[in-house]
Design a protein around this ligand. Structure first.
Ligand code: ADP
Ligand code: MG
Length: 329
């Protein structure tokens, strides 16, 4: 059945249940002009928003199913909340839907949305539904809370800090190539691309252990590290051989001849965290959360990001592993 057969109100009716996963803070949910929710005393509110466009951010049947799109549209927002050190609480979303769309596919999209919201106890407070002549456009705005004055900014990096990242980098970009080429195997890479894990618990620990600066890695390490360097007016010196990469990424690169470092520095959507933190706090944090790796240090100098690669040192521009690899040749 096409969406046009049930219309906007039929659609809202079909998705409106099972949307509150932490109902105590919700006064009015879906069904009125606006939603009403309570905030917690002593907490500040964080707001983020992200849009995904069909055939630009995802290709149905190739890089994602409808379920995956719903899941990831929420995950990218929760990652931004995590990158402030906050806890996500609620979201609202807008869906622009093509008249060709099957109701079943929309239900699937919402299953993805609801599953990740259930996992992280995020309430779906409402949304907007419009028609799109092209493909689907989904915009999610999420809200979160953090203790007063504790939000971790990009601008707080201090000379002498350690630079560290969570888990492995580059898997999502490689996963996208696996999916686009319809290559068999490489489940980990594909999973990372389709179901990124917002690093909420690590974000909370970074508040507790006094990290000085924090960013989520949505556009590749080069871009995110430069954002910290620029905002904090410091230089980041990264050790190339310390950057954590998965065995699967290495295997994919070995099989296809694609450069691991292009995935790491320029590949998007890993949704891991990059942060800077004092040496002693890093050591304490690593005892409670071992899946973090020191990849460099914050040093004095003109702001920018540099990579130590054996005896050589190069600057990495925000969008620029290309620049980096050209210099290398
Ligand atoms: P209004 O015309 O007052 O803006 P709508 O008729 O657009 O309200 O929406 C009715 C209710 O359904 C509202 O509570 C709104 O938040 C919710 N809603 C509309 N579209 C969506 C959607 N795509 N996802 C979730 N909730 C939605
Ligand atoms: Mg209204």
């Amino acid at each position: 059945m096409k969406i046009t057969e049930i219309g906007e109100f039929g659609f809202i009716d079909a998705i409106k249940d099972d949307t509150l996963f932490a109902p105590e803070s919700v006064v009015i949910g879906i069904g009125d002009d606006g939603a009403v929710y309570k905030t917690t005393d002593g907490m500040e509110q964080v707001a983020v928003i992200d849009t995904m466009v069909e055939n630009s951010h995802f290709i149905i049947g190739t890089t994602a199913s409808w379920y995956d799109v719903g899941y990831k549209a929420v995950a990218s927002n929760l990652s931004d909340i995590a990158a402030m050190g906050a806890v996500p609480t609620h979201l609202v979303l807008s869906t622009a839907i093509s008249p060709q769309m099957e109701v079943e596919d929309l239900i699937s999209l919402y299953r993805g949305i609801k599953d990740i919201c259930r996992t992280y106890q995020v309430n779906i407070l409402g949304g907007d539904t419009v028609m799109s002549k092209e493909g689907l456009v989904i915009t999610v705005a999420a809200f979160g809370e953090i203790e007063k004055t504790k939000a971790i900014c990009r601008s707080g990096a201090k000379v002498g800090d350690i630079v560290a990242v969570s888990h492995c980098l580059g898997d999502s970009g490689a996963g996208l190539d696996v999916l686009l080429t319809r290559h068999a195997g490489y489940e980990r890479l594909k999973r990372t691309h389709q179901f990124p894990v917002p690093q909420i618990s690590l974000g909370r620990l970074l508040v507790e252990y006094h990290a000085h600066s924090l960013n989520d890695i949505s556009d590749g390490l080069a871009s995110e590290a430069n954002e910290i360097a620029k905002a904090s007016k410091v230089r980041l010196l990264l050790q190339k051989d310390r950057i954590p990469c998965s065995e699967e990424l290495r295997a994919w690169s070995a099989e296809t001849g694609k450069d691991i470092w292009t995935y790491v520095f320029n590949g998007g959507e890993d949704y891991e965290l990059i942060f800077t933190i004092g040496t002693a706090d890093f050591a304490r944090l690593q005892r409670v959360y071992p899946e973090i790796t020191m990849i460099g240090a914050v040093i004095a100098g003109e702001p920018g990001v540099y990579v130590q690669d054996g005896a050589l040192q190069y600057q990495v521009l925000p969008s620029g592993w290309n620049h980096f690899s050209e210099e290398k040749r």
